[in-house]
Design a protein around this ligand. Sequence first.
Ligand code: AP5
Length: 253
Amino acid sequence: MDSKRAMNGSPFDKRIKIVFVLGGPGSGKSTQCTKIVEHFGYTHFSSGDLLRAECKSGSKNGTMIQNLMKEGKLVDSSIIVQLIQKAMLESKNDKFLIDGFPRNEENRIAFEKIVNIEPELLLFLDCPESELEKRLLSRNQGREDDSVETIKKRFKVFTESTLPVVNYYEQRGKVRKVNAAKPPEEVFKDIKAIFSSFQQGNHIGYQDIAIEGKPEHSASLIERCLPFLCIISILLFLFQFLLTSRQLYTFPH
Ligand code: AP5
């Protein structure tokens, strides 16, 4: 179901726009989402942050979640989807960036079942593992999952479970890939172009900018050709008219 038709069968009573943000661990999902929020007025939810907050809240699932995260394993989909849905329902906004989600097919299917809204697009931050590892090992935020051993497990989960989800949305024309190996400001330049085009109402499956070399939106192509079609029609009409009047003059003789 398209998010513009979200109200039927979804728990929301308004039209909701959702953008999923995926990329390897350390690809800059949080960094870039902060910038997108500043420029485009989205509300940002990070699945990792929601889970860390759940651990701190002392909920019954807290210890189980903490142990899975420490191991770089994925938490049960129903837990993360409930947390995302709760956060969305509590927000007054109608545009959401959901970062680090869906991380596997199970996440995706659970979201479809529970929230019943399809994303407008999926922003994919593409970055080689060597660069990701360097960033994670030097960020020093005291995260338990930033050890060399757990980082390797997180990379494995990303390749085996998350990339198939990216492929799923790629086939639906919803993926926008950016090169995330550049400095943050340069990465954001590309992202800004994508969101600006998207805000102007261009169809999500196509865009005019060259990032992915996709074809232009077919409606705008017709719009652009319309003046030429009109001129050709007028010329044809005039030609036909001249031909007919010439015949009228010629035949009586
Ligand atoms: P999560 O918290 O989502 O971690 P992650 O995906 O591994 O990503 P990070 O938060 O480490 O990095 P990021 O991409 O946000 O990059 P950042 O901007 O911080 O998930 C943690 C765990 O929670 C998972 O392993 C799993 O157990 C669980 N979980 C989460 N979601 C789940 C789900 N949906 N289902 C089940 N379980 C789930 O940047 C990283 C560093 O790089 C920073 O120091 C930053 O300053 C620097 N940096 C950023 N961009 C650049 C740049 N362009 N150039 C140089 N440095 C940069």
